[in-house]
Design a protein around this ligand. Structure first.
Ligand SMILES: Nc1ncnc2c1ncn2[C@@H]1O[C@H](COP(=O)(O)OP(=O)(O)O)[C@@H](O)[C@H]1O
Ligand SMILES: [Mg+2]
Length: 447
């Protein structure tokens, strides 16, 4: 039977028993299936005239309205069915999409969660992209770490180690930065290693260390090396990551991350772009921004939980956007400026980068003359450029040559220092908004 015949015989049957709603619904769905929206709508409406609570008819209408772009009608139908506890995955999906398209993300999120709770394997490109980021699969009202990781849990199972790592670098891999290493050692490693001693003298451990400075100068790198230095776990999260992961669910994410750290001590918990939190206070609409800040602060304060064995390190390129609440005692009460590497550090960094690469003996002093204002990342770029040039040459000549001093100088000349813009901005803050002496180190450095 082709679809015309099917429809004809359905119509015939309905003529004989107009109040047979299953038949009429079948017909309406047939029309819908073949894109005959108008006829479909008419039939669904008739069904609803007989039974104003008819779920299938409402779903069908929802589908029709969605295809016509009448999103507010879809939303009304979806919410009514949810309220009656009769909503199918299909109608909730349409409702969530309609909300996304109308830019009501928070409400869309609520429905999306209901779908996921009922069906954890649910996938939908549009909803996944708009309402969830893939990096953090775990976020659920009732997540339970014991259940997730098993009793007597030691270590995160492999498939769950999406952001927990055990770094293989330590302080010896960090060029220069001696003062910072010393500070980290004294202020956060020692208290961790000698927690009892600190307790005996009633000295409170905790709080975090915040690094700020131009990009590419090793903040992330040294945080990671700190974990390696004490053989601790390392969790690195960008604040914007937390804010993006799930719209409206940031507090849970924040709590979850701290919870994982608490179960994997010793652990260095590294927050990048901390300024994104501060900025979010005023920028983010509604209460969600404030909620995540408060969640962050209360996790950091360890109000409801034990933070022993957790080292919190934060980093920001824009300390001027930092909320003052972060700087209170017990929070980021140690703030350290991370300058671009000095000449000795630059040499160390270059040596580390060139470690296992074919090279002649390099006159580092000469190379460094051409790297004014270069960050560690810039130095990485210099070596990359030099190697590219060598490879191009090797393809012509047929044999590769080791890296020379001249190669590095040529490459350095091609690269622009990336820290200058930062100092131009920082200078203004240092000169005009240096209330608590926060930028003294920057001023000292500029001179
Ligand atoms: N002191 C350093 N020693 C070794 N490598 C460094 C150093 N500083 C920066 N680097 C290199 O530069 C890269 C960028 O540094 P990163 O820590 O990401 O900068 P930031 O977090 O300050 O923006 C690092 O991955 C590392 O390869
Ligand atoms: Mg970084």
């Amino acid at each position: 039977m082709n679809y015309n015949q099917e429809i004809e015989s359905l119509k015939e049957a309905i003529e004989k028993s107009p109040d047979n709603l299953p038949l009429r619904t079948m017909l309406a769905n047939k029309y819908l299936h073949f894109g005959r929206l108008e006829e479909s709508e008419t039939e669904f409406q008739i069904v609803l005239n007989y039974d104003s609570n008819h779920v299938k008819a409402k779903e069908g209408l929802g589908e029709i309205y969605f295809r016509r772009g009448k999103y507010s009608a879809v939303i009304v139908i979806c919410e009514e069915l949810i309220a009656r506890n009769m909503a199918s995955e299909r109608i909730m999906t349409l409702g969530a999409k309609a909300l996304v398209r109308e830019n009501s993300i928070d409400q869309a999120q609520d429905i999306y969660e209901k779908i996921l709770n009922a069906n954890p394997d649910f996938e939908d490109k549009e909803l996944d992209e708009n309402l969830r980021m893939p990096a953090f699969p775990l976020d659920n009202d009732d997540y339970d770490l014991d259940e997730m990781f098993g009793d007597g849990y030691d270590g995160i199972p492999e498939d769950k180690d999406f952001f927990l790592e055990k770094p293989d670098i330590s302080f010896k891999d960090v060029g220069g930065m001696d003062r910072l290493k010393q500070e980290i050692d004294l202020k956060i490693i020692k208290p961790l290693e000698h927690a009892d001693l600190y307790a005996a003298y009633g000295k409170k451990v905790g709080g975090g260390l915040l690094m700020y400075g131009p990009p590419g100068c090793g903040k992330t790198y040294i945080a990671k090396a700190t974990a390696g230095e004490i053989n601790a776990n390392f969790i690195s999260v960008g604040i914007s990551q937390i804010l993006d992961m799930w719209h409206g669910r940031s507090e849970k994410n924040m709590n979850y991350i701290f919870e994982v750290a608490r179960r994997n001590t010793p652990c260095v918990l590294f927050f990048d772009e901390v300024d994104a939190l501060g900025a979010s206070r005023s920028d983010m609409k509604g209460s969600s921004g404030r909620h995540v800040i408060n969640q962050f602060l209360s996790e950091l304060d360890g109000a409801d939980a034990n933070n022993d064995g957790i080292l919190v390190i934060g980093a920001t390129n824009a300390p001027w956007h930092l909320d003052a609440a972060f700087r209170r005692p017990g929070r980021f009460d140690r703030i350290i400026f991370v300058p671009p590497p000095d000449d000795l550090s630059k040499q160390k960094i270059l040596e580390i980068i060139l470690q296992n690469k074919p090279k002649e003996s390099i006159d580092f002093k000469k190379v460094i003359e051409y790297t004014k204002g270069f960050s560690g990342a810039d130095l990485n770029a210099v070596v990359d450029i030099a190697i590219e040039q060598i490879l191009i040459g090797a393809m012509k000549s047929g044999f590769p040559t080791p890296i020379t001093t001249q190669d590095l100088i040529t490459a350095a000349k091609k690269h622009h220092a990336s820290t200058r813009d930062w100092f131009n901005t920082a200078k203004n803050y240092a000169l005009f908004a240096n209330e608590s002496g926060l930028y003294d180190e920057v001023l000292k450095y500029i001179k």
